[in-house]
Design a protein around this ligand. Structure first.
Ligand code: HEC
Length: 105
């Protein structure tokens, strides 16, 4: 399963300084979120695809966080990540949606 890694490397290059999750948070992302959020066709907004996130981002980070924790239609509660803390989810949401790092907490 090397493919997601290549995609992620490409993402890091393109997203650059937008948001920088820690290596531990990236591992959580790889183990839990990638299967849906890097796969076109499952209805999940794709990581790094700005148009998928435009209206979602407009809800604000707290609303996004609530939808991750509680689930939203095809989005399972906690995104299957029982090991993720609130700070982890916030970092991953900012990373996925291309929001600036270090705003808020
Ligand atoms: C089983 C597939 C699946 C997994 C695993 C998954 N997601 Fe999702 N996610 C979805 C789908 C589908 C949507 C779109 C839901 C909708 O609006 O219809 C979504 C939406 C979202 C949204 C946008 C919510 C909003 O308010 O619009 C965020 C943020 C998100 N996911 C984060 C994550 C994170 C972080 C993880 C890993 C911890 C994760 N997802 C794991 C399928 C998944």
């Amino acid at each position: 399963m090397l493919k997601p890694w290549f995609a992620l490397c490409a993402l890091f290059l393109t997203l650059g300084a937008i948001a920088e999750p820690s290596p531990r948070q990236m591992a959580l992302f790889n183990n839990n979120c990638v299967q849906c959020h890097l796969r076109p066709g499952v209805g999940a907004p794709l990581v790094g695809k700005a148009q998928d996130w435009q209206t979602r981002k407009a809800q604000g980070e707290d609303a996004l966080l609530r939808h991750v924790v509680e689930g939203l239609k095809g989005m399972p509660p906690l995104g299957y990540c029982s090991a993720c803390s609130e700070a982890d989810f916030r970092a991953l949401i900012r990373f996925m949606a291309g929001m600036p790092a270090g705003t808020g907490q």
